[in-house]
Ligand binder design. Structure first.
Ligand code: SAH
Ligand code: SF4
Ligand code: F3S
Length: 441
């Protein structure tokens, strides 16, 4: 190993939980060559931007950040800027042209190479670009510095084998590759020993876990194994494709005590023609039946989703079908977005692009319905009690603690610092679309 240095790193993360988890692994890797977390961006020796390419807005943000960072770097001679994540994976060398001042470009398949790339950039004094076309087969386990002390992320499958016609993820994250269950269980056991009570299993398509292992297995098998880890009270998983949520996975959530009654199942649209053109591989009816199965087996389950509005060719009526579906399913929460044409995706080149203003008008309307439905759903909990894992003080009101239910709902209530990291029971007194408020029971 290289001689340890006494340097500091500042990291900014855009995008999904997978990226946030990757950032924690970057910090772990860099710690091994003597980089601790910087107190502020201005005092950092290394600035890392972990990027997201899902929509044009996320990508544009990368270049505007890098413009500002170049000025910060000029104030601190010798400091370095590294860019990783999905935009870097796609852009590679071209990122240097658009953002002079960048010293290191690395991708989504070679995080483990970061320490070496940093040392190279330090000694060479010229930019280093390294992008792998896919994950290596012998991917080493990487160290991690966790930024949250109550809840931990654990990646279980990388990549995505679907080819939804709007989505850049398969292009920047590669094909599905599951982690061996023994190493996942070992990581979760370590987390339990470090007093973590909650883990979230991550993947771009977590419900496909295990199909590529030998012997093949499924997410339900993994949930059963994790159900035996003492001290871990909650296990969740994100994000799954509805088509891969097999009955045996729902059964495992129903029967394993620490598996949480929470299903994030992106439907994307509530209209069959749109779903077909998105190449989602299911119809609205399939999704309805899936929700029925979940609610029959686990009545208290929360179901959340992702929705895209303004997909090319989406008519007013097709959009309204999505709106009605939100009302019909009564989702606990929905992530909504206006369609954004992405490079390497077929739908970006289609005619019939929906005009920008119309997309945003649809988005605003959908958001108002979503808020209404979520509020109704949350208000059903008023008067009852919920189990809350306390995460810390609320940002909005320092007298309050904040935490989440097993169903991933935010709960705010008054209490002392000694409760942070504990699981408590809260009586729900009020609810809006985004959070519950209550008092210790
Ligand atoms: N694997 C998950 C989704 C991962 S991407 C699944 O298929 O369910 C996260 C979300 O970003 C998607 O669910 C989708 O709603 C949104 N998204 C992806 N590509 C998009 C695009 N081109 N424009 C707008 N939203 C997009
Ligand atoms: Fe993208 Fe999800 Fe479709 Fe994969 S399944 S292509 S990640 S939207
Ligand atoms: Fe964004 Fe890459 Fe995640 S594109 S949503 S950071 S997989």
């Amino acid at each position: 190993m290289a001689e340890a240095q006494n340097k500091s790193v500042y990291i900014e993360t855009f995008g999904c939980q997978m990226n946030k988890s990757d950032s924690e692994h970057m910090l772990g890797l860099l710690e091994e060559i003597g980089y601790r977390q910087a107190e502020s961006i201005k005092s950092a020796d290394l600035l890392i931007l972990n990027t997201c390419a899902i929509r044009a807005g996320a990508e544009d943000k990368v270049y505007s950040y890098l413009g500002a960072w170049k000025k910060i770097k000029e104030q601190r001679p010798g400091s370095l800027i590294a860019v990783g994540g999905c935009v870097a994976q796609d852009a590679g060398q071209t990122l240097l042209k658009r953002s002079p001042g960048v010293d290191i470009v690395f991708g989504t398949h070679n995080l483990h190479r970061l320490p070496d790339l940093v040392l190279q950039a330090q000694s060479r004094g010229e930019p280093v670009v390294e992008i792998y076309p896919e994950l290596p087969d012998d991917l080493p386990e990487t160290p991690v510095v966790r930024l949250n002390s109550t809840s931990a992320w654990v990646s279980i499958i990388y990549g995505c084998d679907y080819n939804c016609t709007y989505c850049i993820v398969p292009y920047v994250r590669g094909r599905e590759k599951s982690r061996h269950p023994d190493s996942i269980v070992a990581e979760v056991e370590e987390l339990a020993a470090a007093n973590y009570k909650e883990v979230t299993l991550l993947g771009q398509n977590v419900t496909a876990y295990g199909h590529d292992l030998n012997p093949a297995q499924h997410l339900g098998n993994l949930l059963e194994r994790l159900g035996t880890v003492d001290g871990i009270k909650r296990v969740r998983f994100l994000t799954g494709h509805p088509r891969d949520l097999k009955p045996e996975i729902i059964d495992a959530v129903a029967s394993v005590p620490n598996a949480c009654e929470f299903f994030h199942l992106p439907i994307q649209a509530g209209d069959d023609r749109t779903l077909r053109r998105m190449a989602r591989g299911y119809k609205v009816d399939f999704y309805r039946r899936l929700v029925d199965q979940i609610r029959k087996k686990i009545p208290e389950a929360a179901i959340t989703t992702d929705l895209i509005v303004g997909f090319p060719g989406e008519t007013e009526q097709e959009f309204l079908n999505t709106v009605s579906l939100v009302e019909e399913i009564c989702f606990d929460a929905c992530n909504t977005a206006a369609y954004s044409p992405r490079p390497h995706t077929p739908s970006a080149g289609w005619g019939e692009q929906v005009p920008e203003e119309m997309k945003y008008e649809r988005l605003r309307f959908l958001n108002s319905v979503v808020a209404d439905v979520s509020q109704r759903r949350n208000r059903r909990l008023i008067g009852g009690t919920v189990e809350v894992l306390v995460e810390g003080r609320s940002n909005r009101n320092a007298a309050r603690l904040t935490g989440r239910t097993r169903t991933n709902k935010v709960v705010n209530f008054e209490g002392g610092d000694e409760l942070v990291g504990q699981i408590v029971t809260v009586r729900v007194e009020a609810a809006n679309a985004w959070a519950l408020r209550g008092a210790l029971a």
